[in-house]
Design a protein around this ligand. Structure first.
Ligand code: HAM
Length: 411
């Protein structure tokens, strides 16, 4: 049988890649906690209904990209393409709609059947935040500020720009939709077949089209500004004022509509030029209707998610590999003394390893190969004298250390 390959668009995270990935998650988790968010872990599989309507039945994610299957009990299941709908499902299912606000952080794998390329995978990973309950624009600003703080802590904020837009409230969007239908209808035959279908069902989606011809038309399409109701315009203005106060730099981009349909008011993306065509590292916005779609009461909410792979690629340097101590018994009779030293070091929280065979030379070679910082060499005469030879593998210097003082020596 030919060796099985990883599924197209999936990746193994090993060595430096795993450390980069872990560093992104650890950093985001730490910053999110500082901002008052608690971690939730929701299932990777959800009933298909959790996503099918809520993400938008004209969105690419729902129409082309979901991994859905009927399980053995005849239930339709989907591998989650994103985290927000599952969090809202969990909020309602766990009776938490009466305990607001809920401030949720999450991290984990997501699945979309997309065409794989650099920075775009079929199994990818997100970190995300959801702030459920507040309707004030200050909530949007704080959620964005926390995202910015994560990017700063990762050292990637210089490479990214926050692009901000508003999608207004429902009356604003209805008026804007009518304007878009008017504009695109005049150019209907120039639209791609996908966008012709979108024109009837959800013309805002056309603004998000990747098709070259569509993009040319989008360039001259109306923007939402003139169609905003007074209260939607005030909301957007207040959000910008709060971002200024929180010292989060941004630029407005009226073309941002986001790829999912649940947004209203705030829509934003942190983008970079450093990753080629997959330049959006973090995206989010306000989604005041989603909790209600999951069967809960009308509940405002705002959040974002970021692609861990994209952030990991942007990291200015890879986190260092962990370094440990190699314990080297010389000759079989010293092995049990070696084990004692090994467990004593580990008991003190020090990373320590002992290989199972080989003479001193081979074991030192291996110690260097695994990047150990020091070798504890245990010969019969040294053990009898209650000492060990400690070799610093960076400098090469060797010193005698009493066995009873080894833990203190390395701590
Ligand atoms: P999204 O824009 O679909 O939003 O995805 C967020 C981020 O996930 C993207 O900006 C990108 O960095 C990463 N991403 C998406 N698809 C892929 C892929 N195929 N491969 C690699 N990375 C990818 C959401 O998912 C919303 N749930 C965000 C949100 C949270 N809105 C409100 N709360």
């Amino acid at each position: 049988m030919a060796a099985p390959q990883a599924v197209r668009g999936t990746r193994d995270l090993i060595g430096e890649e795993q450390r980069r990935h872990q560093h992104v998650v650890d950093t985001a988790r730490r910053i999110a906690a500082i901002y008052g968010f608690d971690e939730w872990v929701t299932p990777i599989i959800e009933p298909t209904a959790v996503f099918a309507r809520s993400l938008g039945d004209t969105s690419d994610v729902v129409t082309k990209e979901m991994y859905s299957f009927e399980d053995r009990g005849g239930e339709w299941i989907t591998l989650r393409p994103e985290g927000t709908a599952g969090v809202c499902r969990a909020l309602v299912g766990n009776g938490l709609t009466q305990s607001l606000p809920q401030k949720v952080f999450y991290a984990g794998p997501m699945f979309r059947y997309e065409r794989p390329q650099k920075g775009r995978y079929r199994q990818f990973h997100q970190i995300g935040l959801e702030l459920i309950g507040p309707s004030e624009p200050l909530a949007d600003a704080e959620v964005i500020a926390c995202g910015w703080a994560v990017l700063q802590a990762l050292g990637v904020s210089d490479a990214t720009v926050l692009e901000l837009n508003t999608l207004g409230d429902k009356p604003s969007r209805d008026a804007y939709r009518a304007a878009l239908i008017g504009y695109f209808s005049e150019h209907r035959e120039q639209l791609s077949p996908d966008s012709q279908a979108r024109l009837d069902r959800n013309p805002l989606r056309i603004l998000d089209s990747k098709d070259e011809g569509d993009r040319r038309l989008v360039g001259s399409a109306p923007t939402i500004g003139p169609y905003l109701t007074e209260s939607a315009a005030i909301f957007y203005r207040d959000l910008q004022a709060h971002l200024h106060r929180l010292a989060v730099p941004f630029r407005e981009n009226p073309r941002i509509v986001r790829g999912l349909d649940y947004y209203g008011h705030t829509a934003f993306e942190f983008v970079t030029n450093a990753l080629g065509s997959q330049g959006t590292v973090m995206g989010g916005g306000r989604y005041d209707g989603l909790v209600e779609e999951m069967g809960g009461p009308s509940t405002p909410a705002v959040g974002w998610a970021a692609g861990i792979e994209r952030l990991a690629m942007l990291l200015p340097q890879a986190p260092a590999a962990p370094v440990g101590i190699a314990v080297i018994p010389v000759g079989e009779s010293t092995e049990s003394a070696g084990l004692e030293v090994l467990q004593a070091l580990r008991g003190a929280g020090l990373r320590a390893e002992m290989s199972y065979r080989g003479n001193l030379k081979r074991r030192l070679e291996r110690a260097n190969r695994i990047g150990a910082r020091a070798a504890v060499i245990l010969g019969e005469t040294e053990i009898a004298a209650g000492i060990a030879n400690v070799k610093d593998l960076t400098s090469g210097t060797q010193t005698e250390v009493p066995l009873s003082g080894l833990v203190a020596h390395f701590s």
